[in-house]
Write a protein that binds this ligand. Sequence first.
Ligand SMILES: NC(=O)c1ccc[n+]([C@@H]2O[C@H](COP(=O)([O-])OP(=O)(O)OC[C@H]3O[C@@H](n4cnc5c(N)ncnc54)[C@H](OP(=O)(O)O)[C@@H]3O)[C@@H](O)[C@H]2O)c1
Length: 282
Amino acid sequence: MSTTKTFAFIGATGGCTNSCLAHLLLSDLGYKAIALARTPQKLIDSLLRQPGITESIIADKLTIIQGDATSVSDMKKILLIPRNGQGNTTAYGEKSPGAVVVDGIVSGVGAVPSFEKGKLLSVKFDNLKITEESSTTLITALREVYAERDQQQEGKKPILAVVSTTGITEKDEKGDVPCLFKPGYHYLLATPHKDKKKMEAIITSAENQALFKAVVITKPAFLTGDGNLSTAKGLAKIRIGTEEDPAVGYFIARADVGEFLWEEVCKKEEPRWFGKKVTLAN
Ligand SMILES: NC(=O)c1ccc[n+]([C@@H]2O[C@H](COP(=O)([O-])OP(=O)(O)OC[C@H]3O[C@@H](n4cnc5c(N)ncnc54)[C@H](OP(=O)(O)O)[C@@H]3O)[C@@H](O)[C@H]2O)c1
């Protein structure tokens, strides 16, 4: 079996996940990535804007599957790696002898907003249930992959890291949101937050959590920047908390969320944050 690791990415045209993927592609650890993207060229263009990423790095380390995160058959294509992780692009996602499940899944899927012309503060989202739907799709796809895989591959489970949000904690809903932001979070973001809450409930239910080696839920403050690595403050400069003891802050750069996901989740064998809801703020 290959010693390298392969991570699957969903929502990688979004800044947080894009930044994590960029770190993976730039590292010399030998990791590979496979990404599900509705528009592959959009993902390639966003990666080429990252400092240091070239077409040859992308060709060498990344496989892009065109598809939708609400399609079980599309999702299954990013969950299996051909034997030794060295097959060609078309071998990805195919049930071939010895195919193994990916080492980890990083998802930053979220509703895509658009702003109505002439209406201040009027935001529309393309699918307000997308994080719930993509989580259910991932769970169904993973169950099918487990049911279909070779017996000798049984037992291997991926890590799951997702980007959720502050403002939805169980014991004190807005306890991890700074006072000035509480009204805005309450009125403007109620519906997307309901969606994130459902995602958290789905992936942390006992039966679904058991499908993963570990689940890490990141809960960033208000996101800034586009995820370009040049906009990161760096891990040493961000505050990291848990749901019980949150890091309360106004903003965090998408690039910093991505660096956290890479350094503290993807690179670690037994990350400190396994099974945790992690708040991130500047
Ligand atoms: N804005 C904030 O301040 C804030 C704060 C906390 C948390 N969050 C959440 O944090 C997460 C990451 O945010 P971000 O800004 O880095 O990313 P983002 O810009 O919200 O990107 C969303 C991603 O989801 C993908 N996506 C949406 N529907 C899809 C579908 N049906 N199939 C496949 N992909 C789909 C989009 O792909 P396309 O390129 O195809 O559209 C894009 O890659 C999001 O869930 C966001 O809601 C946001």
